[in-house]
Design a protein around this ligand. Structure first.
Ligand code: SF4
Ligand code: SF4
Length: 203
């Protein structure tokens, strides 16, 4: 094998990746029990909208295909319906694994341009600040995460829908509503983030 081919292979297959996933991904410790039966992918209502589906993704983890796994749209398109979890004969927490992989993909810089990642970030900003989602804020954060020009274009394109929602009283005008206990929620989130950071340092 040429040096270039060896480098290419090393990039595509990180043989320590499966062990890393078993130890660092929520629910990953059960992944070695997967028997590749395909019940998860077969049960998934949006399997056709996924590039790989959970069964294949778990095989790719075993094969050490780190980059392909962390850039797969399977981890982003999962709607967390838990169909697969209920049906998995090995009781593998498929949903938690996919969700945890998405978080890792963001932290490791594999998902900066994913629309779903951008939307999740916008959603999270609103929940963290106000204790609830404000559709206008989430939409604005999301649209303008694509840049000023693109954000403006999207806002104008969807303005007629927004106006209809206001008319139908499905979207309010004025300041965002704040949930009761938003400050307490922020304190809980801050404590959870501190625990996560500590676990990462010690892990
Ligand atoms: S249903 Fe469970 S055991 Fe079967 S492929 Fe999916 S995760 Fe693996
Ligand atoms: S939880 Fe995700 S992967 Fe599992 S069936 Fe639902 S959408 Fe598919």
């Amino acid at each position: 094998m040429s040096a270039t081919a060896t480098q290419e292979t090393t990039r595509k297959y990180d043989l320590s990746f499966a062990r890393w996933v078993y130890q660092n991904v929520e629910g990953g410790d059960r992944l070695s029990l997967c028997m590749q039966c395909g019940m998860c992918s077969g049960s998934c209502p949006i399997g056709t909208a996924m590039d790989n589906g959970p069964r294949k993704l778990f095989m790719m983890i075993r094969a050490g295909m780190k980059e392909a796994v962390l850039t797969s749209d399977t981890i982003w398109n999962c709607t967390q319906c838990y169909n697969c979890v209920v049906r998995c004969p090995r009781k593998i927490p498929v949903t938690s694994i996919l969700q945890s992989l998405a978080t890792i993909a963001v932290k490791q810089g594999y998902a900066p341009q994913r629309p779903t990642a951008k939307f999740s970030k916008a959603f999270w900003l609103s929940v963290k600040r106000f204790g609830r989602t404000d559709e206008r804020l989430v939409t604005a954060f999301y649209y303008f995460s694509f840049g000023l020009k693109e954000g403006f274009r999207r806002a104008m394109e969807n303005l007629p829908i927004a106006l209809k929602m206001v008319k139908a009283k499905r979207m309010h005008l004025g300041l965002p509503h704040r949930a009761k206990g938003a400050a307490e929620l922020r304190a809980i989130i801050a404590a959870a983030e501190a625990i996560e950071a500590r676990d990462r340092r010690e892990g």
